[in-house]
Design a protein around this ligand. Structure first.
Ligand code: GRF
Length: 215
């Protein structure tokens, strides 16, 4: 598929460091795609500036100006559709994705979450992990479904939790892994050849073997 046939739409609400990781991966040719548009539900999201600096079209679609969540979702889906986006990447997008967007992009919305799902879904995942006392934390990239942080997992990466960690130091260690696995997962999803079996995201053929696992 050509790069133009691999148009990504990125939805953000804030800092946009995962957006930056996608931009960098495209620049460095680790991800063969083009970001067609970056949409923020907040006009003050710092990520908008990152997009502008990279010459990417930006839009602010403020959820507060829509009467219902579905109306907001329909607006997002029409902006993404108009730009022929084939994959939507949520990157710190702090709104729940509802039916209109899910139906417009079936199995084509990705999210990055700062925990080893299904542990610690929702907000403040790094603090949840620290307070629970787990010794291993990490990041997950998953397909988005109606269940919060609950869709099929494409990639995960683990990091140790240290005794002297704070939520901030743990979040910083996890973020490094988010930035590594998000572009890789986007590339895997865009490349096709995968299936969903139950809750499982399965990469096709002989292209992938889990390291260290013998059949
Ligand atoms: C990341 O930790 C991501 O996993 C979570 O929200 C944070 C967004 O950070 N969903 P950024 O805006 O990508 O810097």
């Amino acid at each position: 598929m050509t790069e133009a046939g691999r148009a990504i739409g990125v939805l953000i609400s804030g800092r946009g460091s995962n957006l930056q990781a996608l931009i960098d991966a495209i620049d460095e040719r680790r991800l063969a795609a083009k970001i067609a548009v970056v949409i923020s539900n907040r006009g003050d999201a710092a990520g908008l500036e990152r997009a502008r600096a990279a010459g990417i079209e930006t839009l602010v679609v403020d959820h507060r100006s829509f009467p219902t969540r579905d109306a907001f979702d329909r607006a997002l889906s029409s902006e993404l559709g108009a730009r022929r986006v084939s994959l939507v990447c949520l990157a710190g997008f702090m709104r729940l994705v509802g039916t209109p967007l899910l139906e417009a992009f079936p199995n084509a919305i990705l999210n990055v979450h700062p925990s080893l799902l299904p542990a610690f879904p929702g907000v403040d995942a790094q603090r949840q992990a620290l307070e629970h006392g787990v010794k291993v934390a990490g990041a997950s990239v998953h397909l988005v479904t109606a269940e919060l942080d609950g869709g099929p997992i494409v990639l995960q990466a683990a990091v140790p939790v240290r005794d002297d960690d704070t939520a901030e130091t743990l979040a910083a260690r996890i973020l490094i892994e988010e930035h590594r696995i998000y572009p890789e997962a986007a590339s895997i999803v865009l490349s096709g050849g995968w299936t969903i079996q139950g809750r499982r995201f399965i990469r096709g053929g002989d292209s992938y073997q889990t390291p260290g696992i013998n059949r």
